[in-house]
Ligand binder design. Structure first.
Ligand SMILES: C[S@@+](CC[C@H](N)C(=O)[O-])C[C@H]1O[C@@H](n2cnc3c(N)ncnc32)[C@H](O)[C@@H]1O
Length: 359
């Protein structure tokens, strides 16, 4: 490989060549420069013709979202139908936001090929776990220490996983519904304190800061990698100078530094990752002020590499929340396409749900 012609101080190798100016730049320098003609050198030679043609068309649209979809499909053709219908359902503002997110990823050194790989990793890993679940009627793991080492404390895997998961917030209909629901229900209030447990990639945290007006925003995550990703996302232009947010690494159940009352507690896709979700809900109940906003998302019959607590019905989740002293104010349940929720539960197909709770 050649060296970046822009004299990148880190001496990164050039992976892209711009045909219009025959200039070479490394990935870090690629962003914002004549994107329409950039082509991956490594990806060119052994692609089928139709894919090459599609890539060329995409290059001319100058659109990172299309570029990502083409790259995902190249190595995972089974995703094609789903992705095409997903793209058709994306709102213009969502597409713009996804585009900005992809630009941000590239600027952080995670290029489109790596993002496609991250997305494919999460879809294939989930598929494998679904097969296991359908055969055995349970998730593969049930203890935190069985998954923590190769997921939360494995920076290589965790980064991939979190980038992939962030993309599903736009591409998977169920995740997108939940994300839209969050945007709709988060209070647009002034003042007060916001806490997020397990921000992971940071998308919900970022959106909360964009839509609400709390005085302070706190986040806690057990994974250093997740925290680093959330921190980096928040440090983007619009929140760079902000002193309104603070992130800490640790187990939510053991973090004595968190002292209530909070006006909002958000916990997205965490309950199914822990051994005792009831203890998480109880702690939330003890931290939230009466009448405060609690937003919980979780998954029912939805295996993944690190899901260790199996909820079998939506009612089970609601019952647990109520037993922990929380009231269900509102909810969104996304069943399997074409099935009622009851049928989805009976067939043990995945359900995602979001609950708005209060104490
Ligand atoms: C699947 S990600 C969820 C990311 C994001 N909130 C979402 O809804 O897409 C789960 C996150 O919870 C974190 N987590 C798991 N157990 C935790 C614990 N005991 N305390 C704090 N964070 C935890 C993980 O490190 C990971 O970042």
């Amino acid at each position: 490989m050649d060296r970046c012609r822009r004299g990148c101080s880190r001496g990164d190798e050039a992976r892209y060549v711009c045909n219009s100016r025959t200039e070479q730049r490394c990935l870090r320098q690629r962003s914002g420069f004549c994107r329409r003609r950039w082509q991956s050198r490594s990806g060119r030679s052994n692609q089928p013709t139709s894919l090459r043609l599609r890539k060329r068309m995409v290059a001319n649209t100058n659109d990172l979202v299309d570029e990502l979809v083409v790259r995902i499909e190249a190595s995972n053709p089974m995703q094609r139908t789903m992705l095409q219908s997903s793209l058709a359902g994306l709102r213009t503002d969502e597409r713009k936001r996804l585009h900005r997110y992809l630009e941000y990823c590239e600027d952080s050194g995670f290029d489109i090929d790596q993002l496609a790989e991250a997305y494919n990793t999460i879809t294939l890993d989930t598929l494998r776990e679904q097969v296991y679940f359908q055969r055995n009627g349970r998730y593969r793991y049930s203890r935190f220490d069985e998954v923590a080492g190769h997921v939360y404390h494995n920076p290589l895997y965790m980064r991939k996983y979190m980038y992939g998961l962030a993309i599903t917030a736009y591409f998977w209909a169920n995740h997108r519904e939940i994300y839209r629901y969050f945007e709709m229900v988060i209070p647009r209030r002034q003042g007060g304190r916001y806490l997020e447990v397990g921000p992971g990639h940071g998308l919900f945290f970022l959106q909360a800061m964009a839509l609400s007006r709390y005085e302070s925003y706190e986040g806690i995550d057990i994974s250093e990698t997740s925290l680093e990703m959330t921190r980096s996302l928040l440090s983007r232009q619009e929140h760079r100078d902000s002193n309104r947010w603070v992130l800490q690494c640790g187990d939510f159940l053991a973090a004595n530094e968190l002292v209530g009352p909070y006006d909002a507690v958000v916990i997205g896709e965490v309950l199914e990752h822990v051994e005792r979700p009831d203890l998480f809900l109880m702690r939330i109940q003890s931290l939230i002020r009466p009448g405060g906003f609690v937003f919980v998302t979780t998954a029912v019959n939805a295996p993944a590499v690190d899901h260790i607590y199996l909820f079998r019905t939506v009612a089970e989740v609601e019952h647990m929340a109520i037993t922990c002293g929380l009231n269900v104010v509102d909810k969104l349940v996304t069943g399997y396409p074409g099935c009622s929720i009851q049928e989805t539960e009976q067939r043990r197909l995945p359900i995602n749900l979001a609950l708005v709770l209060s104490a």
